[in-house]
Design a protein. Structure first.
Lengths: 392, 297
């Protein structure tokens, strides 16, 4: 059933039909509408979950860790500073292999404090051992929430999953979202059956001290589980499509890439703007396409290479930066082509930091520039008057 | 043949605690008083390190260690999960932490757990410093103890502050049961664990545990040192129910604090440096204040 709802409500509706036993969260803009909606569902008896209001995001992540260890399906959501405060627990949840799901309403990080969208928060958390899914619109984030539990709770995967969508741009945007009935959701997502959990019936020790004799192998297993989860992520997306008619997950989305000479790579809602620009170029007879990264971790390097191997120009437009180098995605895209023949030109642009709008015109100019020359870590739409009149 | 009784404990022998470790003794007493139908969390610290070096574990009940500062929050998650899964009668939940994990780095999560009213017994093993990392001072290190980060020196008498009043801080959350105990009086400790677990809601039990390594006393003196701490009045043993003191362990024969201090090299500077007598008087004042405040005599 299609309904026009806010992005935050789309997430809350998705989580409602996922039936988490325990939800714990701490309020932070622009995530608040999600937890408010979920609290209301619980208050109205529409969702039978234990909703734990905690003293911090650190506490929220720790509560869902404990609940997941006990065999419960769990949910939390946060953004920006909250995600950074959770960071220590995020590593721990992944190391303990608990399939917690959190939604991140992506936002810039402080200082200076800024409550608007960019991707620095979750990109900073990319090495935690969490699967990271990135949504372009509210239908995608809705669908990804259901898929996230299926992926993480697969015993072969046993990893936490972070679903990302743009703060304000999506969290506060009203769009039509096709909602799934509880009965259909239950068929797609059966109850969580943990292999190991805390119970006196089978007393196990979790979180032991592991010395140099054993630690490496735990990290190897995590890495292997991450790599192997690529197939599960795709399988779950196909299964979702079979049931609900939409392929809204998986690793990447190709857009008009057949015979493309230039391809623009992006994550999140900016992809919509890029697709419009691609359409305009196509109308003009230019062979331009786009590639959206749906899964940042595990990094789908094979899928990216296979989608772009015949492209001459790659343009990465990203909303975060590894300060002192370049955009994280730029570096990682370059890695996909290392040692391959016919290497494309790969340019990197930093866009939309701290919620700055990205116009079609800016995207168009950026593409035209990168077709002519190699560009590295260029900040798009930089206001020269704010930095002394010229590039520093 | 019947197995020797010790192997039937819920904290198995063979772990790597130091000889004379007060914390290991306390943990064994507490687990056996509480178990076997318990789920236990632990903060990072000596207790976790000496008992769970992979691939071995000394814990015979379901047990989890996550991080340094979240033992209480993880326990809260376990408690709500048991409720949500309809398994609340399966086990009681116990959270554990050392003095640093409890009073310093984990105090935020602990306060949250108290305030939300989770049915969890929190045990603070108080050995009065960060022993696992090499005897650094914590918020529960006593006045003028020398630690590696509050050392005595030419112009220093050691730790500048007295113990943070964690039991009172816990009680201020209006939780139903707060108590202090010590490995010096094991029957009392057992009794308090059982009583705490019979009460619904958050409970806080702070257990004084001598550390032969950090306090620098002979490992054979653990119990004597623990008892002396009580008999001087420096460590008051009491129960608080719904914010009011309901019982105290009376001191039959009050000992001067020197007798306690001189057993431990962490206080050696008080007996060596000129002016030490005055400092010992200040410590005696702390003991006397406790005796008055809690009505220990």
């Amino acid at each position: 059933m299609k309904k026009i709802i806010e992005g935050s409500m789309a997430v809350a509706e998705a989580i409602r039909v996922c039936r988490p036993h325990v939800i714990s969260a701490y309020p932070i803009t622009p995530q608040t509408h999600i937890v408010e909606n979920l609290s209301q569902f619980v208050a109205d008896g529409k969702l039978k979950s234990e909703f734990v209001n905690v003293e911090s995001e650190f506490g929220a992540a720790s509560v869902v860790l404990g609940a997941s260890a006990t065999g419960a399906r769990t949910f939390s959501c946060t953004t920006s500073q909250g995600l950074l405060l959770m960071l220590e627990v995020l590593y721990n949840i992944a190391g303990l292999r608990f399939p917690v799901v959190i939604v991140v309403a992506n936002r810039a990080v402080s200082a200076p404090i800024n409550i608007w969208c960019d991707h620095q928060d979750a990109v900073t958390a990319r090495d935690t051992g969490w699967i990271q899914l990135w949504a372009e619109d509210n239908q995608e984030v809705y669908d990804m929430c259901l898929q996230a539990y299926r992926i993480g709770e697969n015993p072969e995967v046993s990893l936490p999953v972070m679903v990302n969508f743009d703060g304000f741009i999506l969290t506060h945007a009203f769009e039509p979202v096709d909602l799934i009935e509880q009965k259909d959701a239950d068929e797609f997502l059966p109850p969580y059956k943990p292999v190991q959990y805390l119970t006196p019936k089978n007393p196990l020790t979790f979180g032991l001290l592991v010395d140099p004799e054993y630690y490496t192998e735990t990290r190897y297993r995590l890495q292997k589980a991450m790599e192997d989860s690529k197939k599960v992520i795709e399988d779950v997306a196909f299964e979702f499509k079979k049931k609900f008619g939409r392929y809204s997950g998986g690793l990447v989305e190709k857009y008009r890439l057949d015979d493309a000479e230039t391809a623009v790579i992006s994550m999140g809602s900016v992809t919509g703007t890029i697709k419009d620009v691609v359409d305009n170029f196509r109308d003009e007879g230019k062979n331009v396409g786009a590639l959206k990264i749906r899964t940042l971790r595990p990094f789908p390097k094979e899928a990216i290479y296979s989608a772009l191997k015949d492209v001459k120009n790659i343009i990465v437009m990203e909303k975060s930066i590894s300060l002192g180098l370049e955009g994280v995605l730029s570096t990682e895209i370059k890695g996909c082509f290392y040692g391959k023949e016919n290497q494309p030109k790969i340019s990197g642009f930093i866009v939309g930091l701290g919620g700055r709008d990205i116009s079609k015109d800016s995207v168009r100019k950026t593409i035209l520039k990168a077709e002519k020359e190699l560009v590295e870590a260029e900040f798009v739409d930089l206001k020269y008057e704010l930095i002394g009149g010229k590039l520093l | 043949m019947k197995k020797p009784e010790i192997t039937e404990s819920l904290l198995a022998p063979g772990h790597k605690a130091c000889a004379g470790c007060g914390e290991a003794l306390a943990a064994r007493i507490i687990m056996d008083a509480a178990g076997p139908d318990i789920i236990v969390t632990a903060a990072t610290g000596c207790l976790e390190v000496f008992s769970t070096l992979y691939p071995q574990s000394a814990w015979k009940m379901p047990w989890i260690h996550s991080l340094f500062e979240n033992s209480s929050a993880v326990a809260a998650g376990i408690e709500v999960a048991l409720k949500a899964l309809g398994r609340e009668n399966e086990a009681k939940v116990i959270a554990q932490g050392g003095d640093g994990a409890t009073a310093d780095i984990g105090v935020g999560c602990l306060s949250g757990m108290f305030e939300r009213g989770h049915d969890v017994l929190y045990i603070c093993y108080d050995n009065e410093a960060y022993m696992n990392t090499g005897i650094q001072r914590s918020g529960l290190t006593p006045f003028e103890a020398s630690t590696t980060t509050s050392p005595s020196g030419e112009i220093s008498w050691g730790n500048k502050t007295d113990k943070k009043p964690m039991p009172e801080i816990a009680a201020a959350h209006k939780i139903p049961y707060v108590a202090t105990a010590t490995v010096g009086y094991i029957k009392d400790l057992e009794k308090k664990v059982k009583k705490a677990l019979s009460i619904k809601g958050p409970k806080y039990l702070q257990v004084h545990c001598p550390c032969p390594l950090g306090w620098a006393h002979d490992p054979s003196l653990t119990i004597k040192v623990a008892k002396m701490a009580v008999q001087t009045g420096l460590i008051p043993i009491f129960e608080m129910e719904n914010g009011k003191i309901t019982s105290v362990r009376k001191i039959a024969k009050k000992r001067p604090v020197e007798e306690y201090l001189k057993l431990q090299a962490r206080f050696r500077h008080l007996f060596k440096k000129i002016g030490g007598e005055e400092e010992i008087k200040r410590i005696q004042q702390i003991a006397d204040n406790n005796i008055k405040k809690y009505g220990l005599m």
